[in-house]
Design a protein. Structure first.
Length: 405
């Protein structure tokens, strides 16, 4: 068979080109360390790898959210811890101030310390994260949530929004506590009402006033939920309770100290102490008392003269404020516990992702990773085949009739 020069060059060029292409592909496998680079390498394996890579990509996103959620909740945990320390110090000062040995100058100095404590808690409540957003502002992260007034009262300008981050396919975690919940919604230690003592010569005090039967409570009068009441003693045993409209809700001529007064609309009231004629108390609806209001109460009490007009009422006020201060400490501990539960969830999910990531990478490696010893051997064989083809072509193309003469 006769072979033309053009055909000879074409066939040998094609052969060397194919061998060079195979060598280039093997070089890519060796450089990447991967056995499967495209679907043509192994269609089934390539499809499985796409699933593994998608799962690993999701885990990477979740881990970023976990880091952010962990940081945000750590900020809150530190804030609540510091608030607890400040409130405990304030409680100690308040207890010391009630020993009767301090004069007005001493009480004024303690009041200044209490004012400093209020400012410290205010600064904590207005804490910002690393991005400059206010931690306790709800959704209003660009607006300072708490502002203090000249009378030491504190207003909240944030909202009750709670931000969330997804840290797993079906797992969300809160990343903030709204300021009104964190510092404002502290349960009233007395119940659903607070007491304003119009006249209190005996030192009686409101033990508790609660809506014991919410289903029985009547709001049809439009006075809101609940309505104010007035408790008046005409004598040590004559008691009358009226509502905001002046209607008599309860009356007795045989009152005994500490008895539970059950009003017809599901409200229970208990007053301790031995009343005197003329003692008069207003019960005002107040389900929650903010930490700042309690601290303000401490400051106001300390700023009262060491010889108050009514020593009995002064002591009643002290006991009420101290009870609410303890309630504030319980509340902050509860908020801190909630943050701790979130951090546990985040930590648990982080470990789950690490375990899943390890499994996915191991499975992916079994499918995708290259057997280097086998690949290098095949590469060297292909390299030798290419070199042999090149040398053969070089020798053959130089042959002519003169080699046989």
């Amino acid at each position: 068979m006769r072979i033309s020069t053009a055909q000879f060059y074409f066939q040998n060029g094609l052969q060397m080109s194919n061998k060079q292409s195979v060598l280039n592909e093997q070089s890519e496998y060796l450089a990447s360390g991967k056995r499967v680079l495209t679907a043509k390498d192994d269609a089934v394996a390539y499809s499985a790898l796409a699933g593994y890579k998608n799962e690993l990509s999701n885990i990477e996103k979740y881990q970023r959210n976990i880091t952010q959620a962990e940081n945000r909740n750590n900020y809150q945990e530190v804030a609540f811890s510091n608030t607890t320390d400040i409130l405990n110090e304030l409680k100690d000062l308040f207890i010391q101030a009630n020993n009767g040995a301090y004069d007005d100058v001493d009480l004024a100095a303690i009041a200044q310390q209490a004012t400093n404590s209020l400012q410290q808690v205010l600064d904590i409540a207005n804490s910002q994260d690393e991005t400059g957003g206010y931690i306790f502002a709800g959704f209003q992260i660009d607006k300072k949530p708490f502002s203090i007034q000249p009378d030491n009262s504190v207003n909240y300008q944030g909202d009750n929004g709670v931000r969330e981050l997804q840290i797993a396919k079906n797992v969300m975690v809160d990343t903030n506590t709204a300021g009104d919940k964190a510092f404002g919604k502290v349960a009233n230690n007395i119940g659903d009402f607070s007491a304003t003592y119009n006249t209190n010569t005996s030192g009686i005090y409101l033990e508790h006033a609660v809506i014991s039967s919410p289903g029985s409570f009547d709001t049809s009068s439009g006075a809101g939920y609940p309505t104010p009441y007035n408790v008046a003693f005409a004598s040590e045993t004559d008691l009358t309770v009226t509502d905001a409209d002046g209607d008599v809700m309860f009356t007795t001529a045989a009152y005994t100290p500490g008895q539970v007064i059950s009003l017809p609309n599901g409200v229970e009231v208990q007053i301790n102490g031995n009343p005197l004629p003329g003692d008069d108390i207003d019960l005002l609806p107040q389900e929650n008392i903010s930490i700042f209001d309690t601290m303000k109460g401490v400051i106001d009490w300390l700023n009262t003269d060491s010889s108050p007009v009514s020593a009995e009422q002064h002591q009643v006020d002290y006991d009420t404020i101290l009870g609410q201060l303890n309630k504030a400490l319980e509340h902050i501990s509860s908020q801190r516990a909630e943050v701790g539960i979130r951090l546990q969830l985040v930590d648990r999910q982080k470990n789950n992702h690490l375990d899943t990531e390890l499994y996915l990478n191991s499975s992916r490696s079994k499918i995708e990773d290259l057997d280097f010893s086998k690949a290098i051997s095949e590469f060297e064989q292909s390299q030798m085949a290419l070199q042999a083809a090149q040398q053969t072509f070089t020798q053959i193309q130089n042959l002519s009739l003169f080699n046989y003469i």
